[in-house]
Design a protein around this ligand. Structure first.
Ligand code: URA
Length: 205
């Protein structure tokens, strides 16, 4: 049988990045996290989706969006007609930040300094993948991509142009939907989230 083809340059460069991030010391979050969670997906994706940081389950599994927020994202993407396996999915910050409360590990929002420190990785991923469209889930992702604070409600309709000229759509983070206490609000906001994803996918086609 023929040997498998050698990896493309992009694939090899991506593997090298994923290898190198294992020993990242750019900020202190590596101290308490189990492992870094690097992005995953095809290197020629339809969408490049950026979350905030791994959660408890992602930290253990070493994969992005596999916990409750990931389940909601998967459902919403399916409703929007987007196949997750055609998307590159990553996070602004690659290590889980948390405080321990008894047995539970409670998510902590990353600081601006942590987002900046980790931006090196996100920019390497983006430079390799060069996606047609970036989707920022929530304020941390938008901040990481823009290099400054972004108000989601202001840019949600129009999207933003990133400093390197590439196009980015901004929507809420699925964890925000999970936290909404009112069932009606949750339903409405979830529908809006699906609509944001649908429009993003249409722009990418
Ligand atoms: N929330 C995120 O922002 N990213 C994940 O990978 C999981 C939850």
């Amino acid at each position: 049988a023929e040997p498998p083809p050698p990896p493309s340059n992009a694939q090899a460069a991506w593997e090298a990045l994923r290898h190198d991030i294992q020993t990242c010391r750019r900020c202190d979050l590596y101290c308490d996290a189990t492992q870094p969670v690097f992005g995953e997906g095809p290197l020629s994706p339809r969408l490049f989706i950026v979350g905030e940081q791994p959660g408890d389950q992602e930290d253990l599994a070493g994969r992005p969006f596999v916990g409750p927020a990931g389940a909601l994202l998967d459902e919403a993407m399916a409703e929007a007609g987007i196949e997750r396996d055609r998307c590159y999915v990553t996070n602004a910050v690659k290590h889980f930040k948390f405080v321990q409360r008894g047995k539970r590990r409670i998510h902590q929002t990353p600081t601006v300094g942590e987002i900046k420190a980790c931006n090196w990785w996100l920019e390497q991923e983006r430079a390799l993948v060069r996606p047609p469209l970036v989707v920022a889930l929530g304020a941390s992702a938008a901040r990481a991509l823009m290099g400054k604070a972004v108000t989601i409600s202001k840019v949600r309709e129009e999207g933003i142009i990133l400093p390197d000229g590439s196009e980015c759509r901004v929507t809420v983070h699925p964890s925000y939907l999970l936290r909404l206490p009112d069932e009606g609000a949750r339903r409405d906001e979830r529908a809006r989230f699906v609509e944001d994803l649908r429009r993003a996918a249409q722009r990418a086609d």
